[in-house]
Design a protein around this ligand. Structure first.
Ligand SMILES: Cc1cc2nc3c(=O)[nH]c(=O)nc-3n(C[C@H](O)[C@H](O)[C@H](O)COP(=O)(O)O)c2cc1C
Ligand code: SF4
Length: 792
């Protein structure tokens, strides 16, 4: 054997190797275990000392996160406003050293790479977050530019306070950006990058409209292209916190929106909704720069400041806006439903009935429902003809059962009725009251037309609250759109909630629902602001309002806040009707012209329903010079139209109401009101309603009664006959002077002696009178899909 190059002989090497192997075989287990232990320690050490930048998925409020001193020292962050030019933006908003933290798909076409890591996602735990408002404007003749500068200054003051000490908010000074100078790619393909990854962005736009080629067209084209570019996410601006648009226009040249008023602001609003994933934080505002521009802008700013303050506090834009609670964004009109609209609808009934079938049927009034269920008997077959049911014929069971009933809540939270009603959009207040925002309120907020009560009586639908203090009723009308879901009873036998609780609750819930409309496309800032003041209350929703034992106190509260009251009753409670104090307008539903027909249609619970009905007409007649009385007729083809004009004329002769409202029943829903056998075929055409009204007018004239056809609202198939008492100098005066009504109430009290003529309003507008259709010319008519309908 020769020694190797280092002078070690091979035999020695072999020995060493054998020795090492022996050692290994002997101690390998402890060696492996110790190595694993050391590696684990190392791993733990590295893990605990690593800098973590976990994603922050939701913003949980900005309040108190930024000490004022941390925002104020930099001159850049003082409450100043300046027009940022394209060149100066780069250093502020983009940081080339900032690395994207998540993978980026091959979507960008130009500009910087899209970085999914936006401010909020990259936030370090506990570090303050900031909100940067960017105010974009365009201006050709410089007026918008000037307004924008002032606006930014004001907004800064409102959000940050006017002094350094006060500026402890999360808001950075707003930045004003001229759309003719900014690089669109920097702001409108993705939100800009913030230097510190701690800033979220909020976009505002002040846009004048031009029907000539301007920078607005380039800008809109860019928004449109971005949205349609298949390589870019359809909502690439979704990371911004929200946006809102205000438009300037000139009503002298472009009087209405259809004629182009503020058309480009509307377009910016539309495209920003798409690009931001519908983060409209506040409705589109519009102003005429020569007339109400400043006023509208300041109104818009007030609403905006509310939203921004909420954003700072909660990190959310509030319900109704995408990304913040339940979005109700939709371009589709919701199903028709309101006090005036009697709907044939059944969709919910069977479901609810099934739900109640599980042993919760305790009241005799539910016999109707039981009967329906048994009729349906699982076969799903509809009865061939409407059933004439007098529920009071179940007399024995009635007395037996009601005698044992203890006082309970009308609609307990745990009941299927509660679930069914809330699912349908009602807010249940206390245990027996409800409020729901009607489709006309939503429609008016979007400038798409008000209900017939605007045309006939001057009620602003967007300022109207639809509610009832009693969800229970004593009829089971065949066309009742909540038939089967609302409780029924002949007497009040439930817990009674105090009126103040109901009053506060219905208002609160109404406003909550209005606020949820903030992000809905087409809602106008001006009407939205007005809607935050309820001026009318339609006591009619579902159920029988005068059933509530404290109805007069409740009315007093409404009137105390100058909220008018339109109360609809079913002519089954003469005693309560006789005790009713002043309401602005008192309705009685007249669903048939004779006893048999009334039994078939209203399916009353009271045995003496016809006598009760007659007594109510007598009371109405007595009251006609104290209350503004109205007969409401709902026409259902095959039930109460044919040959009944004479019978109705007799009833008018008996009750001598101030007005007779005639309305065709409205069809809604996928199936018919099967329990009653109603179908679409029972819905009269408008022409049929017109023919009926003409026949009724003739029948009244034949009786020597001075009534005439005063107004119409073809859109909702409704026509108004009025007593000649409301015709002055050959002009109909169906409108109401609400201010005068409240003055009279204050002067004379709720039982005071004053007559409907004392608060008669100005003449009915020409467009609402008979023969002119009745659609509010301020609004845009749309079809069911929201497409504009051209005026014929
Ligand atoms: C040529 C021209 C076209 C206009 N077109 C419209 C229009 O289509 N719709 C509208 O509402 N206002 C229109 N206006 C009114 C402007 O929008 C309004 O004057 C606005 O306040 C101008 O803002 P600016 O001074 O910042 O450019 C137009 C004004 C001009 C001079
Ligand atoms: S009166 Fe009020 S609640 Fe009734 S339909 Fe009109 S806006 Fe709606």
């Amino acid at each position: 054997m020769f020694p190797d190059s280092r002078g070690v002989s091979p035999s020695v090497t072999l020995e060493i190797t054998q020795y090492v192997l022996e050692l290994w075989h002997e101690h390998r287990i402890p060696i492996i275990l110790s190595t694993l232990f050391v590696l684990s320690l190392l791993r733990i050490y590295l893990h605990t000392t690593e800098t973590r930048e976990g994603p922050r998925l939701s913003i949980n409020g900005y309040e108190n996160v930024t000490p004022k001193s941390s925002l104020s020292p930099s001159p850049e962050e003082k409450p100043r406003v300046e027009v940022k030019k394209e060149e100066s933006e780069g250093s502020e908003t983009g940081s080339e050293t900032e690395k994207p933290k998540t993978k980026q798909g091959p979507r960008r076409i130009k500009g910087d790479k899209r970085k999914k890591t936006r401010g909020s996602e990259a936030a370090r735990d506990g570090e303050p977050r900031k909100i940067q408002i960017l105010i974009f404007f365009s201006s050709l003749t410089a007026s918008t530019e000037k307004i924008t500068q002032n606006f930014a200054q004001e907004l800064s003051t409102y959000l940050r306070g006017s002094t350094e000490e006060e500026s402890s908010s999360a808001f950075l000074p707003p930045r004003v950006l001229d759309l003719s100078e900014v690089d669109y790619d920097e702001y409108f393909i993705t939100p800009p990058k913030s230097e510190d990854a701690q800033t979220d962005f909020f976009y505002l736009f002040l846009i004048p409209s031009y029907n000539i080629d301007t920078i607005n067209d380039n800008f809109l084209e860019h928004l449109k292209e971005t949205h349609h570019d298949f390589r870019i996410d359809t909502s690439p601006l979704a990371p911004i916190l929200g946006y809102s648009v205000f438009g300037f226009g000139d009503r002298e040249g472009w009087p209405t929106e259809e004629e182009g008023f503020c058309v480009q602001a509307k377009d910016v609003d539309k495209w920003m909704a798409k690009l931001s994933g519908r983060k409209r934080a506040y409705p589109l505002g519009m102003g005429d720069w020569k007339r109400d521009g400043k006023e509208r802008l300041s109104e818009w700013r007030t609403g905006l400041v509310d939203v921004l303050n909420q954003l700072e506090k909660t990190g959310s834009l509030g319900e109704g806006v995408r990304g913040s609670g339940g979005p109700i964004e939709s371009d589709d009109e919701e199903e028709a439903e309101d006090d005036g609209e009697v709907l044939i609808e059944e969709a919910e009934v069977s479901k609810t009935s099934k739900g109640r079938g599980s042993g919760s049927l305790e009241d005799v009034e539910d016999i109707g429902r039981i009967m329906e269920l048994s009729r349906a008997d699982g076969s799903g077959q509809k009865p061939a003809a409407p059933l004439a049911i007098d529920f009071t014929t179940e007399g024995k069971t009635v007395s037996k059962k009601t005698a044992t009933v203890t006082i309970k809540e009308m609609v307990p939270k745990s009941s299927p009725t509660y679930a069914a009603l809330t699912k349908q959009g009602y807010s249940i207040v206390g245990s027996h009251s409800g409020v729901k925002i009607c489709r006309w309120t939503k429609s008016a907020l979007r400038g798409r037309g008000s209900c017939y009560k605007f045309s006939f009586y001057g009620i602003n639908s967007h300022q109207c609250m639809e509610s009832t203090p009693s969800l229970s009723c004593s009829n089971k009308c065949v066309f009742c759109w909540r038939h089967g879901t609302n409780p029924v009873g002949t007497t009040w036998r439930w817990v009674v909630d105090p009126p103040q609780l109901i009053f506060d609750g219905v208002k609160e819930n109404h406003y909550k629902k209005i606020k949820m409309m903030r992000g809905v496309p087409g809602v106008r800032a001006e009407r939205f602001a007005e809607a935050m003041r309820i001026r009318h209350c339609a006591l009619s929703l579902v159920g029988e309002p005068i059933f509530y034992p404290h109805i007069n106190e409740f009315l007093g509260m409404l009137h105390g806040e100058r909220i008018s009251s339109f109360l609809v009753c079913n002519a089954q409670h003469p005693d309560q009707l006789a005790a009713l104090q002043h309401v602005t307008q008192l309705y009685v539903s007249i669903d048939a012209s004779n006893r048999e027909s009334l039994r078939r249609i209203d399916r009353p619970l009271h045995r003496d329903f016809w006598e009760r009905f007659q007594r109510c007409l007598d009371i109405l007649r007595e009251r006609r010079f104290r209350q503004r009385t109205v007969f409401r007729l709902t026409l259902v083809k095959g039930f109460n139209i044919d040959d009944e004009a004479e019978g109705y004329a007799d009833l008018v002769e008996k009750g001598l109401p101030c007005f007779v409202e005639v309305k065709g029943v409205t069809y809604c829903g996928t199936s018919t009101s099967s329990s009653a056998g109603l179908t679409m075929a029972n819905v009269p055409f408008y022409q049929e309603v017109c023919d009926f009204v003409v026949a009724l007018e003739k029948a009244l004239k034949r009786r020597g009664l001075a009534y005439g056809i005063a107004a119409e609202h073809a859109h909702s198939c409704c026509i108004l006959l009025a007593s000649e008492r409301f015709r002055v100098d050959s002009k109909w005066h169906t409108l109401i002077d609400y201010d005068r009504f409240f003055e009279l109430l204050e002067e004379k009290g709720p039982d005071g002696d004053f007559s409907p003529e004392d608060y008669m309003g100005p003449p009915t507008p020409e467009w609402a009178t008979w023969g002119n259709g009745g659609f509010d010319p301020r609004d845009q008519r749309v079809d069911k899909k929201g497409r504009p309908i051209e005026a014929s």
